[in-house]
Design a protein around this ligand. Sequence first.
Ligand SMILES: [Mn+2]
Length: 213
Amino acid sequence: MFPTTPIVGSGANACVMHYRDNDQPLSHGDLLLLDAGCEHELYASDITRTFPVSGRFTPSQRAVYDVVLEAQLAAIDKVRSGNHWNHPHEAAVRVITQGLVKLGLLKGRVAALIKDQEYLQFFSHRTGHWLGLDVHDVGDYKVGGEWRVLEPGMVLTVEPGIYIRPSPRVPKEFWNIGIRIEDEVLVTADAAEVLTAALEKTPEEIESLVQAA
Ligand SMILES: [Mn+2]
């Protein structure tokens, strides 16, 4: 989400939006949220993956991961020329709200929950930003008061997340689950091209990567 310093947060810190201390020990059963990137030929990258420290997601972690991944894929599907800047975010909001209802973390009708922005309790940031020479690159998100229309050649991040703080209203097995999945996406005339598609992303791939480490 933020430039320059990586975000490496586990446990409760995975739910802290701009956590930068990056100095806490990893505990079995926790998640590790890693938001980082490299530069290549002066161009920035910005990637987030979330790992189970133990090598295996708990059922609750896995259930939330599945929702975030579904939201990310739905958002990426909306990255195409002719759509506007907010289409991917709207898709992510819909999937995340549906998922939060399915998980029992929100109660009510999905349409009303979206209208009332109840998802903000768990997903309080936007779904992406321009990416280029800078991590948060220059460029308008609105033009003439309207969401900017996507054009081939634009590059943006797609990074929905769900962050669940301890609360008496939330079952304990969900406490301190913080999951974000972020890729770089190129707008083309056709379907979006995920520039970071070579990286592990499915829960099975992520678990295998940690187990092999
Ligand atoms: Mn980002």
